[in-house]
Design a protein. Structure first.
Length: 111
């Protein structure tokens, strides 16, 4: 499949898959649904197209239903370094906030 034949929306989702695999090491269908508001069937198609474009890039871990970056990973898309840093910062802040919320939950005294 040629990248030129993809519509803009699907290309954006494939860039998101590629980014997550390259820089975060994993991605799940739920992340595509949350970010783009697409249905499970669209996610399945997107992962199938991504696997067609880069057959050895991701491995599905059935126990947690996440795709993880393989040892043979090669990025399909070129990612702008400034955008990469912004996205990684956003991901770290979100992860920290979830951790902080968990700590606050755990530290609330029982009455």
């Amino acid at each position: 499949m040629l990248l030129d034949s993809l519509n803009h929306a699907q290309r954006e989702r494939l860039v998101f898959i590629d980014f997550n695999l390259e820089f975060l090491g994993q991605i799940a269908r739920a992340e595509l649904i949350q970010k783009f508001g697409v249905g499970p069937a669209s996610c399945t198609r997107d992962f199938a197209v991504y696997k067609e474009l880069a057959p050895g890039n991701a491995v599905l871990m059935h126990e947690n239903k996440r795709y993880v970056r393989s040892e043979a990973f090669r990025a399909v898309f070129e990612h702008n370094p400034v955008d990469v840093l912004k996205r990684l910062q956003k991901a770290l802040v979100a992860k920290y906030r979830r951790y902080e919320m968990l700590l606050n939950f755990v530290l609330i005294p029982c009455s």
